[in-house]
Ligand binder design. Structure first.
Ligand code: ATP
Ligand code: MG
Length: 435
């Protein structure tokens, strides 16, 4: 193995771009997510990577050096040179960042902000190293000969495709490497319809937005379909047909639909997001025989035979703390931990609380006191701009829907609300003692 590519999950698109071009230039490459949890040790990780490969490409970015991942222990092995006197660690900078002191002496090649040709040249020069000016790899055989899909060449990250309709990226987007990277890997492995399932406010839509922006370079067309109201789906496809130049502006819906379906069958470098889709029956007809990638976000678990489901869970504690800190940088560990605990690590609740704290100047103990005494009022305040309602309103809407569809379920929920948050033995509900 020539290169191991070590990267933060968030920089996966860059890792794929680097890997593609190194393979194209004749090197052998393996991707490795630099997915550390607190306490992981840089030295051990790097030593393991160097065991499996001649050299390690490290993609430097703010995510790579997040304090909870980085430990500043000595890591001499990375400075070791190979037999041709090239350093075994090849750092490449994919986003402006401040590497830790220890790494500053390494000369890191910048890849971002360059055009495609410049970035490719910078990468291959760095890979060859200064010691081998004439050691150019042989003229590479064509990508297809080595099994890379024709036309699969990713654009340099940071450039969305021409046909693009996706909500803006959340600049406070936090964590989720553990969902995004496996999601990407599944899509690339041929499981082309992926479903993000989970409770309201858990972060499904945000994940889909982040995926679309992060991996935009791998697609020629990315289109967002608001799928909550199923009656509006087909007109969004009609708009897509026009934007993609498949039909003219005055074409009727049926012709536009036919053109879109043909495109989806014949082309593969596209991504469709069905966001907030509750009715599988309304989505399924669009998916027959398609060759690109489909991402569905839903509170409904029933997507069997349509796609592979990923359960989106509440944040891990580190992610909750990072989100709160993005609004309140000075927040102490213990306070952030307490707040995240009270809010059940639910991203919507955390985003809302973070906003309230930042705007009102309330202290965490004051906020928690209010939360305990006036829960509904507090959770009714200041929804994040990326979500349509406050948490309290979202719960209210769900309860109203449930009351209309399943009144008995509402009664059951009300009983459950009397218990502590710990699991409730179901016996208590099914076998109430008569008094
Ligand atoms: N990874 C994240 N980083 C930062 N904020 C997040 C993240 N995930 C979610 N949030 C916050 O939580 C809010 C709710 O997230 P999102 O809209 O993705 O929920 P959802 O699971 O799609 O909910 P629903 O089922 O109601 O559509 C977002 O508007 C944002 O403020
Ligand atoms: Mg959503």
């Amino acid at each position: 193995m020539d290169f191991f590519i070590s990267h933060a999950g968030r920089d996966r698109a860059w890792a794929e771009w680097v890997a593609w071009h190194l393979v194209d230039a004749g090197y052998t490459v393996e991707l490795d997510t630099w997915d550390w949890v607190a306490g992981d040790n840089f030295v051990t990780k790097m030593a393991a990577a160097l065991d499996g490969a001649e050299r390690v490409v490290a993609l430097f970015s703010p995510a790579y050096f997040e304090p909870q991942r980085y430990t500043t222990d000595e890591w001499a092995s990375a400075f070791v040179h190979d037999e041709e006197q090239r350093p075994r660690l090849l750092p490449l900078v994919v986003e402006e960042c401040e590497p830790p002191q220890l790494l500053r002496p390494l000369i890191a090649q910048k890849l971002f902000g360059l055009d495609e040709d410049q970035a490719r040249k910078a990468l291959l020069d760095a890979a060859r190293g200064p010691q081998r000016p004439d050691g150019r790899p042989e003229f590479p055989p064509s990508a297809q000969a080595r099994g890379q899909e024709a036309g699969s060449r990713p654009r340099v990250p940071g450039h969305p495709p021409a046909v693009w309709n996706v909500p803006g990226r959340n600049s406070d987007f936090t964590g989720r490497d553990g969902v995004l990277v496996p999601l990407r890997e599944r899509l690339l492995s041929g499981k082309n319809t992926q479903v993000l399932h989970g409770i309201g406010g858990v972060g499904k839509t945000q994940l889909a937005i982040e995926y679309a922006h992060g991996f935009a370079a791998g697609y020629d067309l990315v289109w967002w379909i608001d799928s909550e109201r199923t009656g509006l789906i087909s007109e969004q496809f009609a708009a897509l047909a026009v934007a993609a130049g498949l039909v003219g502006t005055n074409t009727d819906h049926t012709a536009a639909e036919l053109a879109v379906r043909k495109y989806f069958r014949e082309k593969s470098r596209w991504l469709l997001v069905f966001d907030n889709a509750e009715d599988p029956g309304a989505v399924r007809p669009w998916l027959s025989g398609v060759a690109g990638h489909v991402l569905i976000t839903s509170r409904n678990p029933a997507w069997n035979e349509i796609g592979t489901r990923t359960e989106v869970q509440e944040f891990q504690r580190q992610e909750s703390i990072a989100l709160l800190r993005s609004r309140q940088p000075g927040l102490a560990d213990a306070e952030a931990d307490r707040l995240a605990d009270e809010l059940g690590d639910l991203p919507l609740a955390l985003a809302q609380a973070g906003g309230t704290l930042a705007e009102t100047g309330l202290s965490v103990p004051e906020y928690l006191r209010l939360l305990a005494s006036r829960t509904n009022d507090v959770l009714n305040e200041k929804p994040p701009s990326s979500y349509p309602t406050s948490l309290a309103a979202a719960v209210r809407v769900s309860m109203e829907r449930l009351a209309a569809d399943e009144p008995a379920a509402v009664a059951l929920l009300q009983v459950c609300a009397m218990f502590a948050p710990e699991p409730i033995p179901t016996d208590w509900l099914s076998k109430p003692k008569a008094r």
